[in-house]
Write a protein that binds this ligand. Structure first.
Ligand code: GLY
Ligand code: MN
Ligand code: MN
Length: 439
């Protein structure tokens, strides 16, 4: 954590600069950024897990602080309206404390609407979940260009953000190691998930997305999130996609294991080699779509190498058959959100850069700039729904159904790392983390 406090002054200066440049260009006097409100279950007093507005937590590691605001003026020091209610039912936030406090003028509020007493004059842009504010601020929430400019800027991470992402990979690697050991002990999915969370003192609500803890065929369910309490009768394979959160920043890591040395473990090794080559493409100036298309080439080669197809790799690529086995994008921006914003933005003022029509699930189509952080997560799965679509079509004969039947009980393989497009070349935070743990 020392690294975070060391890097924070430069980070907050950079966030301030991005806001003030964008405010001046779009002719606002202030931005008011709302942290978010608490939602309740329908007709109940039970709350939903709180998730802070990423535009708020960009400023400071305040991810458990609803009803607070950052006020950023076009010139001058930012203010933090810090909500600390008088409440004996719940644990209230502590007094503001930590390495970030001196960078704000802080106003403590006892009720959410106290912000109105301090509302700035002039043209004010409001950024946040409007329906959760609970009162009319009179500010301008229709500030799309300002928001586009800020989303665009979020792609380039500061040293502070990279340090947080590295620590999130460290925690993820620690928890992944505990999960692998639980798999090797023969635990159920449910108990593997518990071992993962216990290793980093987390609950299911502290991790940045629902952990995917999948044994055997469940590895073919891309967002599998129903960990079973019962153990399977046989342990063949284990796919785990799970991260950790540090100072509001996420890691997003996938590993796949085979219980025995077999055809599937060979496939995992081959995928690992391909994945590392793809990670090496993460450099400033790289069109991310290129990495996605290169992944399809690698998947085609794997399909041929493991006799999953009866046609050539080139033919599988040309016919689109690779998408049957690799039906998602190779990755996305990573940061304050697991799928960080702005992946399809055409320019800093907005506009869309949609994915190629035959790759609709690719979340990132931009050219990488220095210190963009992305995931690289190639996969190869045996998904009945997609395979069945080829039955009775011309592509049916291009599939080696016997091999598919042999590999289907293993579900699928995905390997996912978090990589910085640094000026010195690709920096793989996840491999660094596993190596530092000796795992
Ligand atoms: N864990 C979600 C993803 O890999 O995008
Ligand atoms: Mn993932
Ligand atoms: Mn991911």
């Amino acid at each position: 954590m020392t690294a975070l406090s060391t890097h924070y002054p430069q980070h907050v200066a950079s966030v301030l600069q991005h806001h003030q440049d964008a405010l001046k260009t779009t002719e606002y006097d202030h931005a008011m950024i709302f942290s978010g409100g608490v939602r309740y279950q329908f007709q109940d007093d039970r709350t939903m897990p709180f998730a802070a507005n990423p535009m708020f937590k960009w400023w400071a590691p305040l991810n458990r602080h609803p009803y607070s605001w950052i006020q950023c003026p076009a010139d001058g020091k930012p203010r933090l309206f810090y909500y600390q209610p008088r409440d004996y039912w719940h644990l209230v936030p502590t007094d503001p404390q930590g390495y970030w406090t001196e960078h704000f003028d802080i106003v403590v509020m006892r009720s959410p609407d106290e912000v109105l007493k301090h509302w700035p004059d002039g043209r004010v842009a409001v950024i946040g979940e409007l329906d959760m504010i609970g009162f009319d601020t009179g500010g301008d929430s229709d500030c799309a260009e300002l928001i586009h400019r800020l989303h665009w800027a979020r792609a380039g991470k500061t040293d502070y953000e990279i340090a947080a992402l590295k620590e999130a990979s460290m925690q993820g690697a620690r928890a992944h190691t505990a999960a692998r050991e639980a798999f090797e002990r023969g635990c159920s999915e449910f108990d593997i998930n518990r071992a993962y969370l216990a290793a980093i003192d987390a609950t299911d609500f502290d991790v940045p997305y629902n952990n995917i803890v999948a044994l055997n065929e469940h590895g073919a369910v891309l967002h599998y999130d129903a960990p079973q309490r019962d153990k399977p009768s046989q342990f063949r394979s284990f796919l785990i996609d799970a991260g950790a959160e540090v100072a509001g920043y996420a890691s997003d890591i996938t590993r796949t294991y085979s219980a025995n040395p077999d055809l599937f473990s060979d496939m995992i090794s081959a995928m690992d080699e391909a994945q590392l080559e793809l990670c090496n493409m993460v450099t400033p100036g790289r069109d991310y779509v290129e990495i996605h298309l290169a992944t399809h080439e690698k998947v085609a080669e794997l399909l041929a190498q493991f006799d999953v197809i009866r046609c050539s790799a080139e033919q599988a690529l040309g016919s689109g058959l690779t998408s049957t086995f690799f039906p998602h994008g190779v990755g996305h921006f990573l940061g304050l959100q697991v799928h960080d914003i702005g992946g399809h933005q055409a320019t800093e003022t907005g506009g869309g850069k949609p994915p190629p029509s035959d790759h609709p699930y690719l979340r990132l189509t931009r050219t990488l700039t220095t210190n963009a952080v992305v995931t690289i997560e190639p996969g190869l799965y045996f998904i009945d729904m997609l395979l069945d679509e080829h039955k009775g079509t011309e592509l049916e004969r291009d599939i080696n159904w016997d091999r598919v039947a042999e590999l289907k009980p293993f579900g699928g393989v995905r390997i996912e790392d978090n990589v910085v497009a640094s000026a010195k070349g690709p920096r793989n935070l996840t491999r660094e983390a596993f190596a530092e743990l000796g795992a």
